[in-house]
Ligand binder design. Structure first.
Ligand code: S3P
Length: 192
């Protein structure tokens, strides 16, 4: 495990028995809109750090025994948000994990507070065109982008959510950048 300093906004936690304090780190948590690369960047970042990677939507699906789209159909967005808020609470006590969250997680004040207490929040962004291109192949599994013009949905949701994403500790654009490039920049920011 790398001997990192404590990044801005992340707190040193009580070390486990036998573990040097500087080796115990809070999590790095990726937030941001759909299609900004949270899962792909998160997986590579975790590999680089030799930390476990956790995808919050995958945890929600596993716990519920159904897909995000199925949850939206059966319980509506409100039902999904309840499961998402529970999943946030469940993972908050982890240490030294890279966690990728769903695009709406920052819209809930309690989620933001919990996640900020649990790690360093990096918000990934991308241009609306890039988001459209990246999400196009998986639109049917994205309830908030299906059932209308996805371009308009992306623009409307981005406008609504920008103030919520601004609460992250750092923001990083992923438009036309390689995963490696974004991961290097995250490592630089958290090492600062
Ligand atoms: C959502 C984003 C999705 C998923 C759900 C709701 C959102 O995750 O949590 O469909 O509100 O933006 P990704 O951002 O990983 O696609």
């Amino acid at each position: 495990m790398p001997r990192w300093g404590i990044p801005n906004g992340a707190r040193r936690d009580t070390p486990k028995r036998g573990m040097a304090p500087e080796l115990v780190m809070k999590n790095i948590i990726l937030v941001g809109f759909m299609g900004t690369g949270k899962s792909a960047v998160g997986r590579l970042l975790a590999q680089r750090l030799k930390w476990p990677f956790l995808d919050l939507d995958k945890k929600i699906e596993k716990d519920a025994g159904r897909s995000v789209a199925e949850i939206f159909t059966a319980e509506g967005e409100a039902g999904f948000r309840r499961l998402e808020a529970k999943a946030v609470q469940d993972v908050a006590g982890l240490q030294s994990h890279v966690i990728a969250t769903g695009g709406g997680v920052m819209c809930d004040e309690k989620n933001v507070e919990t996640l900020k207490g649990s790690g360093f929040l990096v918000c990934l962004t991308a241009s609306p065109e890039m988001i459209l291109e990246r999400t196009a192949p998986t639109l049917s599994s994205r309830p908030l982008l299906s059932g209308g013009d996805p371009r308009e949905r992306i623009q409307a949701l981005l406008a609504l959510r920008t103030p919520f994403y601004a609460k992250a500790d750092a923001t990083m654009d992923t438009t036309n950048r390689t995963l490696q490039d974004v991961v290097e920049e995250i490592l630089k920011v958290v090492n600062r």
